[in-house]
Design a protein around this ligand. Structure first.
Ligand SMILES: CC(C)(COP(=O)(O)OP(=O)(O)OC[C@H]1O[C@@H](n2cnc3c(N)ncnc32)[C@H](O)[C@@H]1OP(=O)(O)O)[C@@H](O)C(=O)NCCC(=O)NCCS
Length: 183
């Protein structure tokens, strides 16, 4: 464990670095119903029961976890949705500390269970979560049927065609990956 790294509640002053670190490490194409954006962060941070923490090396955000008591329609389940550690700081137990502090906060807020979803090729995340006490509860396979009219076109096979308003609404709520210009 790296004791020089402080784990503190996330505040607005950390937003920029959290957003940048997420863009650096998350591959949201593996779960095409998610997208990493300011909205994705704000959805957790805005929640009155949020459990959002950052790991700091002096002023630098080297890791974060975003959790809240907002999992679909379950008000007794906590949700640990996003966790990341900067590549040069991985392997020092920082993610484990972030999982533990977030889980402790969510249990204290009344969570009977904490949910997290792990893409099955993300072996680091799977090992982190299983060794932190998470156990598989259900397996959901994302099945996609392509529109035959798009055959031969350069369509993204993982994203079914959606009406523009639905796409916008899903993207706004962080449920659909969309291309954002990076600043
Ligand atoms: C997953 C991630 C957060 C782990 O961060 P980390 O600080 O390196 O993890 P820790 O050092 O705390 O490791 C804790 C445990 O996780 C597991 N683990 C971490 N990295 C691993 C890897 N590359 N391979 C296998 N297991 C790994 C180990 O079980 C480890 O326990 P151990 O040290 O007792 O063996 C980091 O790899 C990351 O940011 N990945 C990209 C973002 C991501 O995929 N996030 C999850 C989806 S939201």
């Amino acid at each position: 464990m790296d004791t020089a790294i402080a784990v503190v509640p996330m505040g607005l002053g950390h937003l920029r670095q959290v957003l940048d670190l997420g863009h650096q490490v998350f591959d949201t194409t593996t779960k095409p119903y998610t997208s990493w954006s300011l909205t994705a962060v704000a959805e957790h941070l805005d929640s009155p029961d949020n459990a959002c923490w950052v790991a700091l090396d002096s002023d630098r955000v080297v890791g974060f976890v975003l959790g809240s008591m907002e999992f679909e329609h379950r008000n007794d389940w906590g949700y640990l949705e996003w966790i990341a550690v900067a590549p040069d700081m991985q392997g020092h137990g920082i993610a484990r500390r972030l999982v533990d502090v977030c889980s402790t906060a969510l249990f204290a807020r009344g969570a009977k269970h904490i949910v997290t979803d792990v893409e099955d090729r993300n072996s680091a995340s799977a090992a982190l979560m299983t060794s932190s006490g998470f156990a598989p509860a259900a397996t959901v396979t994302l099945l996609v049927r392509a529109n035959p009219r798009n055959a031969g076109e350069d369509a993204d096979p993982t994203v079914p065609p959606l009406p523009a308003t639905t796409r916008r609404d899903l993207a706004r709520r962080g449920r659909l990956a969309v291309e954002h210009p990076r600043h």
